[in-house]
Design a binder for this molecule. Structure first.
Ligand code: SF4
Length: 468
């Protein structure tokens, strides 16, 4: 069964709901719940608990995320935690601390734990030279056993990549690749200070495919300055022509008071609400018509991509990087500002490079905040992930796992779904909550009903406030 939804279902009301804000649920509770009462001591305890499980071959699979924070120049839409510099030598002390952090984890967890997923994100991982990336991969391989079938991915900024570089990454064992494209229009690229001609991306994608990279992804953004429905439609056409295996389509949120680079965006050049909706609606329709399956949130994939197969089989999962085929696992977050998950804790590293390097320089993990999940958090995390990944919350499963009777114990949460049910986005039955095919596009609004930290009424109102 295809997950493609015909373009005709994209009524203006649904598009408005889709073009709204709300937690992305890459974790539950969400990162705004992390607090500074959780620090290095608690993180070490979580690592020790995992090490104990590993000694009995009972530890969950392990994923590793490596954050490279540097960028050569700033994109004006950026809301990431990054360091903009042309001084590549700044990477050297950072890499030294990253290596120390990897070694400290290997020591705390026991030697050569098996890693099934490795991801380089940023910032710009390709800010590192080939020699530097080789060095980091060497250290990771020395500390962990990378499984033969591990997904090893890297985010590539086309401006800092060449065919030779892609070949080098491949030789290091990286087998998944994601290109930051955003928009191909020259005027839009100029307005956001990110110039990367179509031909450059096209040649990199051709090489990536020839080398054997799987699940090639392209990131796009709608709502950028100088974007119009007609020029964005051309970008969509070009992207479909490139035939990536996966496409992520994000909505730009203009928050210049929070994100300094965004102050350089000319507000008058931003598309208005109607134009945003037209671009979003067209993109979704065009991806569907081109045969892409809708995965959830902002993601589309070819029907034969592992992500689409996992969605059809009800085996989709979600972690800090978004949707994944990897089963529930612990994830080590390495590098400045990185977030990890070990057992029932989330831990985040220092957000400044000074804080990060100082801690590791002193032989301490750089954890500055985090969260120990309560039994209620764990139960709701399971519910929210069932909704976000499988579109179904089965009451008998909840009862078996947590001893909870949904119709009575979660009556208030189920009542919160009524407005969404009224719009045909979710079905609330006596034995399950089921997200409808159209409801998948607003799946986080369904998940929000079970988020203890979002006041229920406010949550539903927030997701509806922009649609009426
Ligand atoms: S959008 Fe990415 S490449 Fe651009 S400044 Fe932000 S982190 Fe760097």
């Amino acid at each position: 069964m295809s997950n493609t939804v015909p373009a005709a279902v994209f009524t203006p009301d649904l598009l408005r709901r889709l073009d709204t804000s709300g937690p992305r649920y890459t974790s539950y509770p969400t990162a705004d719940r992390f607090h500074e009462g959780f620090g290095e001591k608690q993180y070490r305890e979580a690592l020790a608990a995992r090490a104990e499980l590993a000694r009995h071959n009972a530890a969950p699979p392990l994923a590793v995320y490596v954050h490279i924070p540097f960028c050569e120049s700033v994109c004006y839409y950026c809301a990431c935690n990054k360091i903009v510099t042309r001084h590549h030598e700044r990477a050297l002390p950072y890499l030294a601390m990253l290596e120390r952090e990897i070694a400290m984890h290997a020591e705390a967890l026991g030697p050569r734990q098996r890693v099934t997923q490795l991801h380089f994100g940023g910032g710009t991982p390709t800010f590192l030279s080939d020699a530097e990336l080789s060095r980091v991969m060497g250290v990771v391989r020395g500390a962990f056993e990378i499984a033969d079938d591990a997904e090893c991915s890297i985010e590539v900024d086309p401006r800092t990549a060449t065919p030779e570089r892609l070949s080098h990454f491949w030789s290091l064992g990286l087998n998944r690749i994601s290109f930051g494209v955003q928009d191909f229009d020259a005027e839009v690229q100029q307005a956001v200070h990110r110039i990367q001609p179509y031909e450059q991306v096209e040649s990199l994608m051709t090489v990536a495919r020839r080398l054997g990279y799987q699940s090639i992804n392209v990131d796009l953004i709608y709502g950028l300055p100088k974007q119009r429905p007609d020029n964005f439609a051309h970008t969509i056409e070009q992207v479909i022509g490139l035939a990536p295996d996966r496409i992520a389509l994000y909505g730009y949120a203009h928050l210049p008071e929070r994100f300094k680079p965004q102050r350089r965006i000319v507000t008058a050049e931003l598309p208005d609400g109607a134009a945003r909706l037209a671009m979003l609606g067209h993109a979704i329709g065009a991806f569907g018509a081109a045969g892409y399956d809708y995965i959830g949130m902002d993601h589309f994939a070819k029907p034969d991509d592992p992500l689409a197969i996992a969605k059809r089989q009800g085996k989709l999962h979600r972690n800090f990087q978004g949707y994944t085929t990897q089963p529930e696992c612990d994830m080590l977050g390495l590098g400045v500002s990185a977030i990890g998950r070990v057992g029932a804790v989330y831990a985040q590293n220092a957000k400044t490079i000074e804080g990060y390097e100082n801690s590791l320089g002193a032989g301490r993990f750089a954890t500055v905040r985090g969260l120990q999940l309560s039994a209620d958090d764990l139960m709701r995390r399971s519910m929210i992930m069932d909704i976000m990944c499988r579109g179904r919350l089965d009451f008998a499963k909840v009862k078996a796992e947590f001893g909870v009777d949904m119709p009575t114990d979660f009556a208030a949460e189920l009542a919160r779904l009524e407005p969404l049910a009224g719009h045909g986005l979710v079905k609330v039955g006596t034995d399950a909550v089921e997200v409808t095919p159209v409801g998948w596009y607003v799946v986080r609004a369904v998940a929000m009903a079970f988020d203890r930290y979002i006041a229920a009424a406010a949550a539903t109102r927030a997701s509806f406030s922009k649609i009426v």
